[in-house]
Write a protein that binds this ligand. Structure first.
Ligand code: FES
Length: 326
């Protein structure tokens, strides 16, 4: 018997997900609106398909210069830990797996996500808006890891329970800036702010000087981030970097805090988005994905560091070539 949900998922590409996430934005709590957009940028269908269709996935990964953890199958329970709704992941995973096992329906994916989110919310006794983002992520995860793996129960874990703040408090905190003291209004270049790069756990912050790029500021971070993420060189901070000139694409990050606290992307950065393969997930105004080495802060900033980097723009080039040949 055919599974209508899995059929729809198998036909959904990144452009399809972008439309779905856009459609679901008003249904999500503000705390997870940008986070959901970031998750779908961090785990693009085009990369998943390129690796699953490759005769030799390891060679393919090498040709795309992939580094870090780029497969969802290796991080089913942790890829979305920056979403507030992740605290409900075990329940969301179970409910979505049950729904998928029943075959889903032929209705739009957005409608099926909303209906499932509403069922989960009433079981948990929370607002549907709180679990809509994480439910969309669960459908996206199911697409890439397959029903058999997805049906397994989530591993035991904390699941954001140490993130004590309410969703509304987190949204408000992302808007705040560090106080600059009584004479702060006289300061200009010497203002300092805080960059938070692992919001769901305490202690993952560093200071940034007004209009300094966040990768240079990240060198001040004294914790050992290298043991958490081997892509980070000791002394270079928690954001993986190579060129610092918008030439390599290594330093891409998601931005959760309001865009107004950042200088807008310069032409060099914008021109490189297509080459690196982020186009579609970025925007000249209010882009949730940025290159950290070009990201100059004039307020507190909350970032998410993706678990991998590579040059997936090569995949778009292939698509264009085959389109032109056709
Ligand atoms: S470090 Fe190379 S693009 Fe930012």
């Amino acid at each position: 018997m055919s599974n209508q949900l899995l059929d729809i998922l198998s036909r959904t590409d990144d452009a399809g997900w972008l439309q779905i996430v856009e459609r679901l934005q008003p249904e999500m709590h503000a705390v997870d609106q940008r986070a959901a957009r970031i998750w779908f940028a961090f785990f693009p269908v085009k990369l998943f398909r390129a690796l699953s269709e490759a005769a030799n996935p390891e060679e393919k990964a090498k040709s795309l210069l992939l580094k870090g953890k780029y497969r969802l199958t290796d991080q089913v329970d942790s890829s979305a830990q920056f979403l507030y709704g992740h605290r409900y992941w075990p329940e969301v995973r179970r409910e979505v797996a049950e729904y998928a096992s029943g075959g889903g329906s032929s209705r739009s994916l957005a409608d099926q996500i909303l209906e499932t989110a509403s069922k989960i919310a009433s079981r948990l006794g929370v607002e549907t808006a709180i679990v809509t983002g994480i439910t969309a992520v669960a459908f996206g995860t199911l697409q890439q890891v397959g029903i058999e793996l997805f049906k397994e129960p989530a591993q035991a874990g904390d699941y954001g329970k140490s993130w004590k703040k309410s969703a509304n408090q987190i949204v408000e905190d992302r808007k705040k800036d560090d106080s600059q003291g009584i004479l702060g209004f006289l300061k200009s270049v010497d203002k300092t702010f805080t960059v938070n790069f692992r919001e769901f756990e305490p202690g993952y912050t560093f200071k940034v000087v007004n209009m300094q790029d966040v990768t240079t500021a990240g060198r001040q971070y004294k914790g050992d981030y290298h043991s958490k993420d081997m892509r980070c060189m000791r002394g270079e901070g928690p954001i993986p970097v190579e060129c610092r000139t918008a030439a390599c694409g290594t330093c891409w990050v998601g931005v959760l805090s309001p865009t107004e606290k950042l200088a807008p992307p310069n032409d060099r950065e914008i021109n490189k988005w297509r080459y690196f393969g982020y186009e579609g997930f970025t925007a000249k105004e209010d882009s949730p994905i940025r290159l950290a080495c070009q990201l100059k802060a004039h307020g507190n900033v909350t970032l998410v560091i993706p678990p991998w980097n590579g040059l997936i723009g090569k995949l778009d080039e292939k698509e264009k070539e085959s389109g032109a040949a056709a």
